[in-house]
Design a protein around this ligand. Structure first.
Ligand SMILES: Cc1ncc(COP(=O)(O)O)c(C=O)c1O
Length: 476
């Protein structure tokens, strides 16, 4: 296909050239009715491009994207990978169906189980005791889980993780296919993977049946631009569109779709060169950071460690615990002293997501900030103020009820939830992986971890009581 084509962008231009006047939506009329302050901040151009585009333009753009990334089908969505994941789960599983799910999943997966009424069978991620992070489950774990639960409707994995470590998607896909079960991959952080051979293999190219990517994360789309890619033939593309139709907007955004069209064109035509240059710049950055005492930067030696089969070099994961500080502190320090916003800070690390947009000057600024941090870190937390991160195994909770049943049950707020069934999802940020799900039974370890984490800088935006004084549980 001619990857120079941009059907959505062309349709936006054509609409303007046609000089029609619309008495339909949007009511701002290409910005004519725009508030001056909104025009000054958002730019009039954004409103001029906010038109209703022809459906055929979108489907042509989807075909071009599928062709560029080696997928059978591509479907654009406009509420981030969250709605793409909801759509994917609703497509493969309905009420009472069981899905083998990576427990390291993003909170949107839990929402999709609640919406579908599906039951999770948990696949436990591998806990890296040395680094205190979770890696995706190993192929052997998937094989064992499928032997025990051959009736699951699908397997859903997250790879890569927020920390850039990835599963052996090809091997896992082959195992799933032996059971005739589709493999769905949350590849929210991997929109750049299809465009350079030195990056992890893109999930659909490795054999996954469906992959979800956020184009605003590692890619170049506007926020909320996401795509669902279909690989094999175990997920029906018509079912997928019907399920999306069930939950999506009826007023899609030309701006978001146009941004996907542009990113695809850029990457298909020039992505190899752009990413090549990015990888070279990032290699130099890593070499510079590697000289800093007390800073531990995750590198490719992680490949082969436990279940890690792939690693994204554009995720910069820097452990600052050797400086006697937490990642939360380093994150705040970077923002205050250097006006640098990192992707996330956790108890031990700061993580930056690097993209083709980050030129030499930006990476030099980042390296300088790390050099300053190492030369004069802030005072460390008072003794005992850093949360003990328990091994993940200690945070495994019993699934006492289905997520949907617990979510819609009679509930109460209690100060001591230990032994009670949660009716809420509690997802510490970073990285947004729920520590507690509706239907899981609270333990003392998880309550201690959440409260200590909150005290030291973690946030829990989705908790019913963000201070964690009380928790929402199923009434007895
Ligand atoms: C692994 C993962 N999956 C899904 C999502 C949801 O993506 P979005 O914010 O595009 O809805 C996120 C968001 O951070 C994520 O990290």
């Amino acid at each position: 296909m001619d990857q120079r084509a941009t059907p959505v962008l062309d349709a936006i231009e054509q609409f303007r050239r046609d000089d029609e006047y619309t008495f339909a939506l949007p009511g701002h009329r290409l910005g004519l009715g725009l508030d001056d302050r909104a025009a000054a901040v958002l730019s009039r151009g954004a409103f001029e491009a906010d038109v209703i585009t022809a459906k055929v333009a979108v489907s042509d753009a989807e075909k071009l994207l599928a062709d560029a990334v080696g997928a059978r089908h591509a479907v654009f969505t406009t509420c981030g990978s969250s709605i793409s994941i909801h759509t994917a789960v609703l497509t493969v599983a309905g009420p009472g169906k069981r899905v083998l799910v990576d427990r390291n999943m993003h909170k949107s997966v839990v929402a999709s189980l609640i919406l579908a009424g599906a039951e999770p069978v948990w696949l436990r991620p591998r806990w890296d005791h040395e680094r205190q992070i979770a890696h995706p489950a190993a192929a052997d774990d998937v094989a064992a889980a499928l032997r025990e639960n051959p009736d699951v409707a699908a397997v859903l994995m997250i790879t890569p993780t927020e920390y850039g470590t990835g599963a052996d998607t090809g091997a896992i896909a082959r195992i799933c296919h032996r059971y005739g079960v589709p493999l769905l991959v949350d590849e929210a952080w991997g929109a750049h993977f299809p465009f350079h051979p030195d990056l992890p293999a893109a999930a659909v190219q490795a054999g996954a049946d469906l992959a979800v990517q956020s184009l605003h994360k590692a890619g170049g789309g506007l926020c909320q631009a996401s795509v669902i890619l279909l690989g094999g033939d175990l997920v029906d593309p018509v079912d997928l569109r019907l399920r999306l139709d069930l939950i999506t907007t009826t007023s899609t955004s030309a701006l978001l779709y146009g941004s996907i069209d542009g990113y695809r064109r850029q990457m298909a035509l020039d992505g190899h060169r752009l990413l090549d240059e990015t990888l070279t710049r990032v290699k130099a950055l890593r070499a510079r950071l590697g000289k800093l005492p007390g800073l531990g930067v995750l590198d490719e030696s992680i490949i082969g460690h436990d279940s890690v089969a792939q690693w994204d070099p554009l995720k910069l994961v820097a452990d600052v615990s050797g400086l006697g500080i937490t990642g939360y502190q380093a994150k705040d320090w970077m923002a205050e002293r250097h006006r640098i916003v990192v992707q996330l800070g956790d108890a031990r690390r700061v993580i930056c997501s690097l993209t083709h947009a980050d030129g030499f000057a930006a990476l030099d600024r980042l390296a300088t900030a790390f050099e300053d941090l190492v030369a004069g870190p802030p005072a460390g937390p008072a003794a005992g103020a850093t949360p003990e991160i328990p091994p993940l195994e200690e945070l495994n909770l019993e699934q006492a009820m289905s997520p949907r049943e617990a979510y819609f049950a009679e509930t109460e707020q209690v100060a001591d939830p230990v032994g009670r069934i949660s009716a809420e999802m509690i997802s510490p940020y970073p990285p947004g992986v729920p520590a507690v799900l509706p239907g899981e039974r609270f333990t003392a370890a998880v309550v201690r971890y959440l409260r200590a984490g909150l005290a030291s800088g973690m946030t829990v935006p989705d908790a019913s009581d963000p201070t964690l004084t009380t928790f929402r549980v199923v009434s007895r």
